[in-house]
Ligand binder design. Structure first.
Ligand code: FMN
Length: 389
């Protein structure tokens, strides 16, 4: 009789659930049981300074810890004796029908995590039918072509004046892009002190193949990010007037990413935005802003059901997602989890991370007695202590 090893069991599961990636890439891809299991695999593949760039936050990394710890203050109140034999994760968002409420966040520097990072993530997102918010070039949008893609915009030259905005929007619209995501929280790059200590230069990862030294490692920069550099930008930074003008120039959905307060959620509605993402940029920008899950209830209150509220920051488990949906998020976004998958296994790793999170969410919904997303409401959670609204 054959002994049923863990590997056999995984193989059987892969057969049952049709995990095509198993046959293509071999068994190691199926070993991680959850997002956390990808972390040591990714770390082992990366230069230590690229790992710090991926994993780190700003200054004291207080918000980084808060992003995870916030989830522990929310308790699920499961519902007994509900028919959960079929679990449906699908939803409508920005006029798109999505199979599940997990989106891929924009992440600069993917080429430091995999030589072909930008393209592999775009292709994996399309294969996994996940809505992808990209900050790769517009041309890549066209090439990736098969899945819905929102384009992430921030303080670049595109928004400098009406003319540049109009030209940019035209190019976006003709590229087949499904929406615009404007990142509001990066008017300056924060002090990410791991990078400063490592003499790391972000631009290495943002353009083409990063440079390597004789040992094949990322070099130490002769011009590292400086801790004592007074903040100043050559042009006025975007304001509410900028996004209102952008709103007039296109019918594409516009999302604001980086909203953390009720007041800004209300302003987003008034500015005609199509949605907001509660985000602290993965705790990489202003520190001490709290975990995003803590900010979610007040942003939901500000949006008052008029536009969808999404959220990112620290989502690693199906239960994290379930809690956010119960607190009023329409969907959640991830960055580091898919970057771990990318670093460890390339494109199939990205797909596998999405598959694991999706499966965990479905399982947790089944266990909590909520067979579909509309069944998830505020009553599904309670807050342990603290002054969550
Ligand atoms: C390596 C890395 C690069 C990022 N680059 C960008 C970026 O260019 N634009 C942006 O809006 N957000 C960027 N982010 C933030 C993510 O979009 C997202 O808000 C955050 O990382 C979500 O938290 P999580 O990583 O815990 O899932 C980046 C995050 C990481 C980890």
């Amino acid at each position: 009789m054959t002994r049923l090893t863990r590997r056999h069991a995984l193989r059987q599961l892969a057969g049952m659930f049709g995990a095509g990636a198993f046959a293509q890439t071999g068994e190691p891809l199926l070993e991680p049981a959850n997002v956390f299991d990808f972390m040591p695999l990714a770390k082992a593949k990366l230069d230590p300074i690229a790992w710090d760039y991926l994993e780190g936050g700003s200054e004291d990394e207080v918000s980084l810890r808060d992003n995870r710890e916030g989830f522990n203050r929310i308790v699920i109140r499961p519902r007994a004796l509900v028919d959960v034999h079929k679990i449906d994760l699908s939803l409508e968002l920005f006029g798109l029908r999505l199979d599940y409420p997990i989106l891929l966040d924009p992440a600069g520097g993917k080429n430091c995590f995999h030589a072909d990072g930008e393209n592999l993530v775009a292709a994996a997102a399309a294969k996994a039918k996940a809505l992808h918010i990209t900050n790769g070039g517009i041309q890549k949008l066209v090439e990736a072509g098969k899945g819905p893609v929102h384009f992430q915009l921030t303080t670049g030259g595109e928004l400098r004046n009406t003319q540049t905005m109009r030209a940019f929007v035209k190019r976006l619209e003709s590229s087949g892009c499904s929406g615009i995501c404007f990142t509001t929280d990066i008017m300056y790059v924060s002090h990410r002190e791991r990078n400063i200590h490592n003499r790391f230069e972000r631009r290495w990862c943002e353009t083409g193949v990063p440079p390597r030294d004789a040992q094949g490692k990322l070099p130490r920069s002769p011009n590292p990010e400086q801790a004592a550099q007074y903040p100043e930008r050559p042009f006025p930074t975007p304001t509410w007037a900028t996004v209102k003008e952008l709103r007039q120039l296109t019918k594409l959905p516009i999302l604001l990413k980086g909203i953390l307060t009720k007041e800004d959620a209300q302003r987003a509605v008034e500015a005609g935005m199509s949605g907001v993402i509660v985000s602290n940029h993965g705790a990489r920008q202003l520190d001490h802003v709290g975990g995003t899950i803590e900010a979610l209830p007040e942003v939901v209150e500000g949006a008052a059901g008029r536009i969808p509220v999404l959220i990112d920051g620290g989502f690693r488990r199906g239960t994290d997602i379930l809690k956010a949906l119960a607190l009023g998020a329409k969907a959640i976004c991830i960055a580091r989890p898919y970057l771990y998958g990318l670093a460890a296994f390339g494109g199939p790793g990205v797909e596998r991370v999405l598959e694991l999170l999706r499966t965990e969410l479905a399982l947790d919904m089944g266990l909590a007695g909520v067979p579909n997303l509309p069944a998830i409401d505020r009553g599904l959670v309670r807050i342990r202590g603290g002054n969550f609204r």
